[in-house]
Design a protein around this ligand. Structure first.
Ligand code: ZN
Length: 149
């Protein structure tokens, strides 16, 4: 079985959250872990079913399997508690970068973060990695994040 690509998961989640998709893990938990219908979850977070399935697919690929993804999502949520978006959406659906006060297109928000706020992205990734170390240290036996076999 494919190993868990934890680095890639952390990168993906960090960038999504910073770019304003901070609902990502909640939506995935409801859809993948709790088994809610995609239409209900997509509507709740104001995204399309297609987007929701796309997010799920990415997380499953990086986790190695759907079963693993279901276990990892709650852990990712714990890891991401301190990561806050820097691009935010207002009630009119306009995305603004709170660091440089620039209006960005929704589809460009992640690219904006990567291009202009790489230090913030690095910080978020470091923060998530440290949280993972804490979580690992608390557990007696690491179950899913063992190295590739
Ligand atoms: Zn900015």
């Amino acid at each position: 079985m494919k190993p868990v690509d934890i680095k890639s998961l952390i990168n993906y989640v960090s960038l999504k959250i910073l770019g304003g998709s901070d609902y990502l893990l909640d939506a995935l938990e409801e859809y993948l872990v709790n088994g809610e219908g995609p239409a209900i979850v997509a509507h709740k977070y104001n995204i399309s079913k297609h987007q929701l399935r796309g997010y799920a697919q990415r997380i499953i690929e990086k986790s190695g399997s759907e079963i693993r993804a279901k276990k990892i999502i709650p852990i990712l949520k714990q890891m991401a508690v301190d990561v806050k978006p820097i691009v935010v959406r207002d009630e009119n659906g306009v995305y603004t970068c709170t660091l440089c006060n620039t209006v960005v297109a929704k589809e460009d928000s992640e690219e904006h973060v990567r291009k202009y706020h790489k230090d913030m992205l690095t910080l978020a990734i470091t923060n998530m990695s440290e949280k993972l170390d804490e979580i690992r240290a608390k557990k007696e036996k690491p179950v899913i994040f063992t190295s590739a076999s």
